[in-house]
Design a protein around this ligand. Sequence first.
Ligand code: ADP
Length: 490
Amino acid sequence: MKIVQLAAEFAPIAKVGGLGEVLVGLSRELSRMGEEVDVIIPKYDLIDVRKISQIKMEVPDFKCLENGNLHANAMWSGISEDCRIHLLEARHPAGYFHRGKIYNCEDDAARFLYFSRACIEYLKLKNEPIDILHLHDWHVAIAAVLVKDLIRLPIKAIVLTIHNAEYQGECAPGNLDAIGLNGSEYLKKLQDDNPARPRTINLLKGGIVYADAVNAVSPTYAKEILTREMGCHLDATLRKYKAKVSGILNGIDQKLWDPAKDPALPKPYSSESSIKAILEAKQAARAAVCKRFPISNNQLPWVGSIVRLVPQKGPELIEAGLRATLHLGGSFLLLGSSPLPEIQAHFETLKKEYAGNTQVVLHYEYDEALSHQLYAALDFLLAPSHYEPCGLTQLIAMRYGAIPIVRATGGLKDTVFDCEDPAVPIGQRNGFVFLRADVTDLLPTLHRAVHYFRSDSATAHAMMQRNMRIDFSWKKPAQEYLRLYRRLIK
Ligand code: ADP
């Protein structure tokens, strides 16, 4: 089957969060299963092309329309993480992908609309039959509209995956005019459902209306977004198209996240190692963290979060978790930063408050290697999200032997089962879960976790090792995607 994936991220060369990891994990597994997969992302200036093997210019010059002008583009191709990757170089005067970052530019809508149209122009030029055009998130959702209404391509079916329904790509009708679609016409169909946004086109809605299938990244989140409370104003549209909406749980890429071969770790370990060897390797990871930060290497439980600090992730609960962990005698480590200045400023103040405290690390950068060391060094990973489409950090934590403490929402609910929940078979209990996203639910759960760790470390270690063995690979999810693809093209 020939599958083309369009997205804004691909890990590790262009990663902001889970989206980039899904692209690599799913594409690598589908390729391994014998499918023909091509991934197209923008050629951001921040991509280190030396990390892409066999990189070459595939199409030196092709044009893409914007605001009545034809702009030049080139398509590069190569191999990254065993996947065939294509990078769109937009030679656009606005330097759309030369911003030193992937998102959060004022003209994001224009940038990704242009990218979407340019991808379609490239596929038209290639004119090869495609079974599935797989679109990820709002950035490329308009491609479904372009293919169905404007530029006919030999594509059998279009899939849209929603990685986070909060981000929808709102824009003016004029933005659609710019790429050759009649914006006012599309207002009738793709008007944003949020009454606070009149005369606004909603790009994610465009994908939902036009794609042949829509999926969210976990079964629970797929149900949650159909509700008024959690649908981010898209629920009515999603309910209208409910027949084509499903949920497929993400996996984690087993090569990117493998404690047995992780170059960021001082000592390798795996679920096959003895508990003693696992604990020694985790101690070595701790020692590496202690070398870099003034935190004491004690026997206290280490609790931490590796997270984008945005309201969704419960930053106020992370802060409460930090204070409570210290109160319980543990250490807290946070690796995260915020695109939102108020949240960033608040956490900077917190950092000042805890300066000199040898039980706290607050590090506000994006640091891939450090994240690997932390997953290995932590005893507990805290993910107190208000909502979570899937969440990868709890899955990575389990693979690295850190026990998750999570709020029961979305993919967290689908993957973490409380170790005292009588409704769950004992062998499946793998962490600590609280129900409501508030401090009154979080604190006793954190307390339970720390107590469990202290009072019965043998059981805690056994759970840790059992968690490392859970199959969170892409094997099963990729098969589910294949089933979906096959159903669409038969
Ligand atoms: P989201 O995509 O909403 O940010 P996910 O849990 O799906 O959340 O994915 C987050 C990914 O980003 C994980 O791989 C996590 O390790 C990584 N990550 C988050 N913040 C940082 C950071 N500051 N440094 C390094 N990696 C980070």
